[in-house]
Design a protein around this ligand. Sequence first.
Ligand SMILES: Nc1ncnc2c1ncn2[C@@H]1O[C@H](COP(=O)(O)OP(=O)(O)OP(=O)(O)O)[C@@H](O)[C@H]1O
Ligand SMILES: O=c1[nH]c(=O)c2[nH+]cn([C@@H]3O[C@H](COP(=O)(O)O)[C@@H](O)[C@H]3O)c2[nH]1
Ligand SMILES: NC(=O)CC[C@H](N)C(=O)O
Ligand SMILES: [Mg+2]
Length: 511
Amino acid sequence: MQHDKVLILDFGSQYTQLIARRVRELNIYSEIHPFNKIPTDIESYKAVILSGSPNSVRGEDVLHPDLTDIRGKKPMLAVCYGAQYLAHFSGGNVAPSNTREYGRANLSYIKEEETLFSKIGSGSQVWMSHSDTIKTLPEQGVLIASTADVTNAAYKIEGEQTYAIQFHPEVYHSTDGKQLLENFLVNIAGINQDWTPDSFVEETVDAIKEKVGNDKVVLGLSGGVDSTVAAVLLNKAIGKNLYCIFVNNGLLRKNEFENVLTQYEGMGLNVKGVDASQRFLDALAGIEDPEAKRKAIGNAFIEVFDDEAHKLTDVKWLAQGTIYPDVIESVSATGGPSATIKSHHNVGGLPDFMKLKIVEPLRAIFKDEVRRVGNTLGVDPELLGRHPFPGPGLGIRILGDITAEKVRILQEVDAIFINGLKSWGLYDKVWQAGAMLLPVNSVGVMGDERTYEKCVALRAVESTDGMTADWVNLPYEFLQKTSNEIINKVKGVNRVVYDISSKPPATIEWE
Ligand SMILES: Nc1ncnc2c1ncn2[C@@H]1O[C@H](COP(=O)(O)OP(=O)(O)OP(=O)(O)O)[C@@H](O)[C@H]1O
Ligand SMILES: O=c1[nH]c(=O)c2[nH+]cn([C@@H]3O[C@H](COP(=O)(O)O)[C@@H](O)[C@H]3O)c2[nH]1
Ligand SMILES: NC(=O)CC[C@H](N)C(=O)O
Ligand SMILES: [Mg+2]
């Protein structure tokens, strides 16, 4: 079954992904495309939303797409920069605003019987984030809402299904934002709300069957949410033709290899556990540079996969748990090369010689949607609630060179921290947590003896997607108990610190 689709044109706003999520929360499928790469099959979309942008329509670097195939032909909602863009290039006037217009505002005027604002009352809180303001509306523009400071807070174009708003309906602080999006998508654009996790599972299973047929598929399974949900979906579609490979790279959490394998057995998945710990340790010996370590780990993964694929005959496909943010991030709006902060390991970068075709059943959905799909598929809620864990594992949490002894120390520390979070009921309040082993020794005193031992840093962050993050205010009492337990039980550690840096400017992992 085909679902109605919404096209979101991205002008680089930090909120663009939020627009897609809000639309999808209404059970409507949406796709983000950069403003300068408008899809050629525009007929297949039922409505278009223009995002905000850090740029100004008055600047030299104005982002200026040709919208003639869309404007007036499709229902359109232009947000912030989008609204300014429509005004600026169609006879209106946009100028720098005199007062700061960031944060909370309230609608003071709403045009009577205006469909876009149906069920939204005057006084409704909206969130503003702009420094330009629309002084005069474009040709055929009709004012439909204002706030105390911003007269032209919303307008429509007479004779078109074109709407423009200066505020951001996609952020939670715009209390009726979701209602506004529903008014636009359902009441104005006439879109059906039929895109649900159940329909996603049914259609994806059918699509996999058709695409893959009777061929064999290999999949790298990590114990994480994405690859597990991908495996369960594929298993439902092709059963025993799916060969899952779970690699012990020697950098997993304590007992993780055994535990995860047992858990998968109970799920009826065809999983092979490959213990390649020594191979990874050998490949990493003496390497200190973070990027060099990441590359060494990535290469070792590829070698293990290649070996395993050769043991199976006739494998044609490689399945991956790629999710939507991975896809969007690789086609950023500016199209320019963004700085490589870290080369995130992914089995995705398989070399040509493996000649496998790729199947990625989760390519179009976000992490929270992956969890909902997993739920529909009956995947254990505990597994679905797991913190993300990076593919290179403890390898990027041991600063400097890696040895078996350092891995052992960090596994013990990490286990005490994570089990503590669980037993204090804090695990689900934290988005991701882990421990780092620092390349410094410091002096301590234990039982009247001088010690000169390692220092570990604990890190716990809240986030929604890992792109930005803040440290979690864990109770002092918890930190106190955890620190004591680590120093008392883990030989080789005499100091524990807690990381209080946000991302940006820091990152979540230390390497
Ligand atoms: N130990 C491993 N063995 C086999 N494949 C792995 C392993 N670690 C990572 N991978 C592969 O690398 C991919 C990327 O890892 P990533 O951590 O981004 O996703 P995930 O583990 O599936 O989910 P999560 O983000 O919840 O941890 C995984 O989907 C998986 O295919
Ligand atoms: O699969 C992965 N392979 C990697 O190479 C990798 N590096 C970082 N991460 C995870 O990504 C999120 C953001 O991490 P950073 O703030 O450190 O970049 C956090 O959730 C990190 O755990 C990785 N995941
Ligand atoms: N959030 C936005 O889209 C901001 C648009 C524009 N850069 C402004 O500052 O007014
Ligand atoms: Mg993972």
